[in-house]
Design a protein around this ligand. Structure first.
Ligand SMILES: [Ca+2]
Length: 232
């Protein structure tokens, strides 16, 4: 088996090429250090390449997590794992997803941002929306740059209410699902209000602008999913 680390400007990519199966591409997903309990297999004292190889060998594997400190640990998963609301965190844990070839049907590809995204018109609670995005192969949309936020700004008028996106927190500890801070410039004036139970992020449309707000996780809203692919 021929293993190659792909060292272009996207150093987060790990490419596994084999003689008898198509090239597999893994991408290090920008999620917080998370420790997941629902793994298919566990391996100790292996390299990250060996861990990726174990995933390729496991037909149902969609992602793996890896810790390089101390005795290396490799966890193989059936799902593309993501940090849930009550996830355990372990510093230095990194997660790679086996990437899809293209944007799924119904998703829009934004070439300048390299992102596949879809706005959903059905309304769900935040966690149900996140689970649906996960079933699609991704997660709730990360608005973690001004450029990414612009996609939200350009939503049709039919989304002129609150929309779920991929951020959680409370008090002053608010972050996108990749762990990056929700910066002050993205909050709607006066938000986050940190009212009781408002621990999920959304986008509100008011006064001709869309900005972030904290809101109840149990409110049913439209939502936006994004899917990482081997080119996005
Ligand atoms: Ca609020």
């Amino acid at each position: 088996m021929n293993l190659v680390i792909f060292t272009c400007n996207l150093s987060a990519f790990l490419v596994i090429a084999t003689a008898d199966c198509p090239e597999k591409v893994f991408k290090r997903i920008p999620l917080k250090d998370s420790l997941f309990s629902n793994y298919l297999h566990f391996y100790a004292d292996v390299t990250v390449k060996m861990c990726a190889e174990k995933c390729v060998e496991t037909s149902t594997c969609a992602s793996f997590s890896y810790i390089q400190t101390g005795i290396t640990k490799c966890y193989i998963f059936q799902d593309r794992v993501w940090p849930g609301l009550n996830q355990t965190y372990q510093q230095h844990m990194v997660t790679y997803w086996l990437l899809a070839e293209t944007c799924p049907l119904g998703y829009t590809y934004n070439i300048s941002l390299n992102v596949c995204y879809k706005v959903f018109t059905n309304q769900l609670q935040w966690l149900d929306a996140m689970n649906l995005c996960e079933e699609e192969g991704g997660y709730l949309y990360l608005g973690n740059t001004m450029e990414r936020f612009q996609i939200i700004q350009n939503l049709e008028a039919s989304y002129n209410d609150i929309v779920h996106i991929g951020g959680t927190g409370r008090d002053t500890l608010w972050s996108w699902l990749d762990g990056s801070e929700i910066t002050n410039s993205l909050w709607y004036p006066g938000e986050p209000t940190n009212f009781e139970g408002e621990t999920c992020a959304g986008i509100i449309y008011r006064d001709n602008i869309r900005q972030a707000l904290d809101q109840s996780c149990t409110a049913v809203r439209k939502f936006v999913c994004e899917i990482p692919t081997r080119f996005a």
